[in-house]
Design a protein around this ligand. Sequence first.
Ligand SMILES: Cc1ncc(COP(=O)(O)O)c(C=O)c1O
Length: 390
Amino acid sequence: MERFEQADALKRLPEQFFAKLVRKVGRAVEAGHDVINLGQGSPDQPTPPHIVKELQEAASNPKYHKYPPFHGFSFLKEAVSQFYDREYGVRLDPEKEVAVLFGGKTGLVEISQCYLNPGDVALVPDPGYPDYWSGIAMAGGRMYMMPLLKENGFLPDYGQIDPESADRAKLMFLNYPNNPTGALAHAAFFEETVRFAKRHHVLVVHDFAYSAIGFDGQKPRSFLQTPGAKDVGVEIYTMSKTYNMAGWRIAFAVGHEEVIRSVNLIQDHFYCSLFGGIQQAAAKALLGPQDCVRELVGMYERRRNLFIRHLREIGWKVEAPQGSFFCWFPVPEGYDSETFSDLLIEKAHVAVAPGVGFGRQGDRYVRVGLLTPEERLQEAAYRIGRLGIF
Ligand SMILES: Cc1ncc(COP(=O)(O)O)c(C=O)c1O
C-alpha cells in the first residue's frame, strides 16, 4: 500500500482525550461489570414525538428530495429569528444574522478556519469544551488559556490576561451555561466581555449549547441580550440539548452580520444545506409547544438534587451546578482527575470524565453527567460511598 502524507492541518489535531475513557468503560463492561457511565455528554431522552412526527411527514415531501438551498430554507431562519425574539427579546435579521449549521461542533470548528491564520491567538476557557482546540489547531492558531476558577464563579478574569496577548487575540470562545463546570454567566459579565472585546478588537464566539438548562428558576442569558454584543460576536445555538436532537445534527450561528457571511461562505464550499425535512422539524421544535423543554429541565433538576443530596450524605463535599447537565466535583486529596476516575471505574464501576481532559485547570475535578435515571445516580452514589474515601 502506498503511504500518503497527511496534511499538516490534520497532524496538528489534538488527541481525542475521551477515546481513552470509552476504552476503559468498554474493558470494564467486557469484564462483566455493570458500569454506570456518567462520563459522557449525550442526552439520554428521545426527541419529543411532535418533532419526530414533523420529520416523518416532511420526509415524503418531494421538495426536500432535491438539493436544499445553500444557506438553508428561509422558513427555518425566520423561525430562529422568532425564537430569539420570544425567548430573549433579541431581534435577528433572518437572512443576514442567522446561519444554519450541521451541529454546533461544526460551527465552532469552522469559525476558527474563517478567522485564524497560522500563529494567530485565540482566547480559550480552561477548563473548556475540547472542540475549540480542534478548530484552532486545524487553522494553525495558538491558544491563550483563560483559567476558570471557582473563586471567580468559573468566569474568566479579563484583568489577568496580559494586554499584549489580549491585543494579539483575534477570537475568544465562551460557553455559559458552562461545560464542564455547570456555571452560569450574569449580565454584568457579558457587559464586561463586550467592553473587553471592543477594547482589544476580539471576536467573541459564545457557545450557548446548554441555553435551556438553568436550575432554581434561573433562565440562562443569551450573549446577544447584551448591548453591543452583535457588534463583537456571534452565538452558537444547538438543537442537541434543548430538544434532545443530538443525533439530528442541527444548530445555528446568530449575530454579527459579517461573521455570519463568513460562516455561510465556508459552508458554501463544504456543503449544500441540511436535509429539508430536518429543517422543517427544527422549525417545528422552535415554534411549537415548549412544555417538553420545561419537563426536561425539571427532570435534570430532580436528578441533580437527588444526586447532590446522596453525595453529601456519603461525605463528598460537592456543589450543585446552576445549569447545563454536568456536575463538576473536586477530587479528594491524594488523587488527580485521572487517578480518581480510574479508581471509580475499577472499584465502583462508575465512569466519570477526568477534568484534565478539559484543560490543565480541570485536573482537580471530575465531570459527572446527569444523563441517567435517578435510581442509577443513587446507585452510583452508594457505590462511591462504599469505597470509604470521604
Ligand atoms: C459546550 C458544548 N458545545 C458544543 C457542543 C456540540 O453540540 P452539537 O454539535 O451537538 O450541536 C457540545 C456537545 O456536547 C458542548 O458540550
